[in-house]
Design a protein around this ligand. Structure first.
Ligand SMILES: Nc1ncnc2c1ncn2[C@@H]1O[C@H](COP(=O)(O)OP(=O)(O)O)[C@@H](O)[C@H]1O
Ligand SMILES: [Mg+2]
Length: 250
């Protein structure tokens, strides 16, 4: 396994750190993704490169169908690109087999979906404990950690509630808690507030940002909401299969 790589790309100025810490926690290079639908080819990503640095909260914006989810799935090792390289936490994951990808994903990646995808038969607490048990933590450690995160997200009095006994905002906060339960290096969120009313979306977004800042995670959050996107450190705009990166003016 080759875990040495050089990207040659400098982080945005506000993230420039001592030389030894300048390596991105996650990087992709020249990613291509094509879907085939019958005769039709949909070329969603055309040589996309992205660097993500520790502590960064990055927005991913673009019209519906522009490839945000496709990109997040490739970054999150849930899907493979047709071409290009994927680096995560110092490893070249491009040619990982399924078992290696799963192992890497479990320890290094947290994923939050637009629709919470919580296990309906389990409580909020169990939903945050289970991925930690799968990752090899003891029940005691997992439960302690789940409680700390759920408390941080204002859900201390919802621990025993099942998903269908919680509001949309609460369900998404549990999904966020689950996403960071295994202390991933990177949190990827696919329109995590897209299904919430504007006020709730705003609150959940604030809590998500608070959590990112508190833990020092690196995060990429796909959103339709430019107002939210402009509150993040950097914006990646997907358009016609290409990425444009800018720092929002405030
Ligand atoms: N599994 C798939 N098979 C075929 N086409 C797909 C598949 N997944 C996504 N697409 C197409 O790729 C394009 C990008 O989709 P997606 O990544 O979901 O965009 P976004 O998340 O920005 O809305 C869309 O045109 C979509 O229809
Ligand atoms: Mg999508």
């Amino acid at each position: 396994m080759n875990n040495q790589y050089q990207t040659g790309v400098q982080p945005p100025q506000q993230f420039q750190q001592p030389q030894s810490r300048q390596r991105p926690i996650m990087a992709i290079r020249g990613i291509d993704k094509v879907y085939h639908q019958g005769e039709r080819e949909i070329h969603v990503l055309k040589g996309v490169s992205v660097d993500l640095f520790k502590g960064e909260a990055v927005a991913l914006v673009g019209p519906s169908g522009s490839g945000k989810s496709s990109l997040l799935h490739i970054l999150g090792l849930l899907d493979k690109a047709d071409d290009g390289k994927v680096y995560l936490s110092g490893h070249d994951c491009t040619d990982f087999n399924d078992a290696q990808r799963t192992k890497m994903r479990r320890s290094e990646i947290g994923f939050v979906y637009q629709f919470h995808q919580l296990l309906p038969e389990f409580s909020a607490l169990e939903n945050v404990i289970i991925p930690q048990l799968i990752n090899g933590h003891t029940r005691k450690t997992a439960e302690q950690r789940a409680k700390v995160i759920l408390d941080f997200l204002g859900l201390a009095d919802r621990l025993t509630h099942r998903p269908n006994a919680m509001s949309g905002g609460e369900q998404q906060r549990v999904a966020i808690a689950r996403g960071i339960a295994n202390e991933p290096a990177v949190l990827l969120a696919d329109e995590p507030t897209g299904n919430l009313d504007p006020n709730t979306a705003d609150r959940v977004f604030q809590q998500l940002m608070g959590l990112i800042r508190h833990t020092g995670l690196a995060a990429i959050i796909a959103t339709h909401n430019f107002e939210l996107a402009n509150k993040m450190d950097r914006v990646l705009q997907l358009q016609d299969g290409q990425i444009y990166s800018y720092v929002p003016q405030r």
